[in-house]
Each structure stands twice: as C-alpha cells, then as structure tokens.
Ligand binder design. Structure first.
Ligand code: SF4
Ligand code: SF4
Length: 102
C-alpha cells in the first residue's frame, strides 16, 4: 500500500506536547552520530512523523522504543530540534494507538 501523507499526526502530537521536528533540515547529522547505528533513527523517523505518515511511524515503533534518549543527536543538531523529546512524544502517541486498538 502506498504511504499516505497527512496533517492528522501533527495535530495529534500537538495535543501531547511540543513536537518540534518541523524545524529539521534533514541534514542527517543526527543519524550519523546516533550510537544505535540504525538507518531509520532519528532523521527518517522524524521525517515520516512530520509528513504525517502514521502507518509508517506505527511500523517503525520498534525503532521509536529502541532510542536510548541519550541526546547525542540533539547535541549535534544544527536546527536545535529537541529530538529526544520528540521521540518521547511519538512513544506516547504509539501507546495511545495501542490502547485504542486493545
Ligand atoms: S541533525 Fe537535526 S536538522 Fe539534521 S536531520 Fe537530524 S533532526 Fe534534522
Ligand atoms: S537520543 Fe535516541 S536517536 Fe538520539 S542519538 Fe540517542 S539513541 Fe540515537
């Protein structure tokens, strides 16, 4: 199924807190310094969230919950994105979706 882009995720995240990944310039520094070495985390994950690709983000929940919240990415982000807090918000959003479904 093709990915769907929507503003719904941004609206739902805004209810949970300040999701500031919209400031991301997609430079990739965060992914380069992340100790987990995942291609997805955090740059692509944030991009999918900003674009409102809800199904994609749900498919990527393992990466969301694998983040160490170490903030190495944040310390090097030229846009000052609060990446760890954004990951926390995505976790809360994913848990809410899980609760809705069970
Ligand atoms: S380092 Fe910051 S600006 Fe660059 S891709 Fe990561 S979140 Fe976006
Ligand atoms: S906070 Fe998460 S995404 Fe950022 S560098 Fe640490 S493990 Fe990677």
């Amino acid at each position: 199924m093709p990915a769907v882009v929507s503003s719904a995720l941004a609206d739902e995240l805004a209810v949970l807190g300040e999701f500031d990944a919209g400031a991301c310039m997609n430079c990739g520094v965060c992914t380069a310094v992340c100790p987990l070495g995942l291609d997805l985390l955090p740059r692509r994950l944030l991009r999918h969230a900003v674009l409102g690709m809800t199904e994609r983000v749900q498919e990527e929940s393992e990466a969301v919950f694998s983040c160490l919240l170490c903030r190495a990415c944040e310390a090097n982000c030229p846009a000052g994105v609060h990446i760890a807090e954004d990951v926390r918000l995505l976790r809360r959003w994913l848990l809410g979706k899980w609760e809705e479904a069970h």
